[in-house]
Design a protein around this ligand. Sequence first.
Ligand code: AFD
Ligand code: MN
Ligand code: MN
Length: 393
Amino acid sequence: MSMEQISAVLDFFKIELPSWGFADTGTRFGKFLQDAAAVTVDEKMADAGHVHKLTGSCPTVAVHVLWDFPSGRTAAEISALAAAAGIKIGSINPNVFQDQQYRWGSLCNRDPAVRQAAISHIKDSVKIGRETGSGLLSLWLADGLNYPGQADIIARKKWLADALKTVHGMLPPEMTMLVEYKPFEPAFYATDIADWGMALLLAKAAGPRAKVLVDTGHHYQATNIEQIVAWLLDENMLGGFHFNDRKYADDDLTIGSIDPYQIFRIFHEIHNHHFRTGSLPRIAYMVDQSHNLKPKIEAMIQTVDMAQQLYIKAAIVDRKKLAAAQAAEDVVASENLLRDAYLTDVRPLLAEWRKSRQLPADPLAAHRDSGYEKRIAAQRRAAHGQKGGGAYA
Ligand code: AFD
Ligand code: MN
Ligand code: MN
């Protein structure tokens, strides 16, 4: 591939950052707070804008309605915060998993009043999306069961399917809804949208602007995620990704930190689809991570850099040679064509692209040299008090 082609691929590859990735996070056993972590939506937007300025590839930020649109602040105001930071609001994430009323589920709750409450929260989220100019409504439900016999699985499926159809009916023409699946957590016996098959059936039943969201952490250990991605692509039902990495469960570690080859294989299927069909549907490449130990902004810059490297590695696979090797059943040659691409050090290409776009060749070094983290740690300590340890305590 020529540098011109590589640049076109990198110009195309936009990665949406999660607002929640800049804030203090933790596990169910507690949080370790960082002074530099964002507390307000203003701070989250500033940090997301900083990462976009350094990487040139993160023009949108995903927002969580309950966490990022505090009462009294309008969608227009939050959009203006994003614009001031040089970015835009991206996907809208309703939150139908924290309120006490959702103890027995949200859209799958046996109480129609609770289902209706969840639908009206989603309706409010769609309204925010209209006002922020977002094209994506990203739905993740924590709904599920902890014990066998707890509820009727099919009754819940029917309530859910009806609700998603209602949600689809409220989408403005420019909006797509993404149905995210997850095998377990916080439900520990049966999650109502547990796998890609359920998400696919529900999305198809909901309407033509419903697609599936693949969160890479939402699969059992041995799942072949790239095979799921290839099928969803072929069905034109892949809406987008939540990228992260995992060793054991939905660990939300930084992408490629545990198994970079898996992400490479996912990206290979996307480039392969493009090679075979000449089309590349609009896919939302979004990050969904929880940076409990790493400094938030450094983790985010690492994430973008790794995603770019793996996307380019997958792009340079020689697919003409691959087709010939496959036709000849030459297993070793076929595999080596992927391995050669994966083992290619594409960092010089990335540095060249960045320089051509007036971006720092090493965004992490540029961030560390900028003093940004120290500055915001001091500002946020003054604004919110000393929260705890962290890189710039
Ligand atoms: C949690 C859930 C899911 C969701 C995300 C943002 O597991 O991935 O997309 O929160 O709401 O990670
Ligand atoms: Mn997710
Ligand atoms: Mn998750």
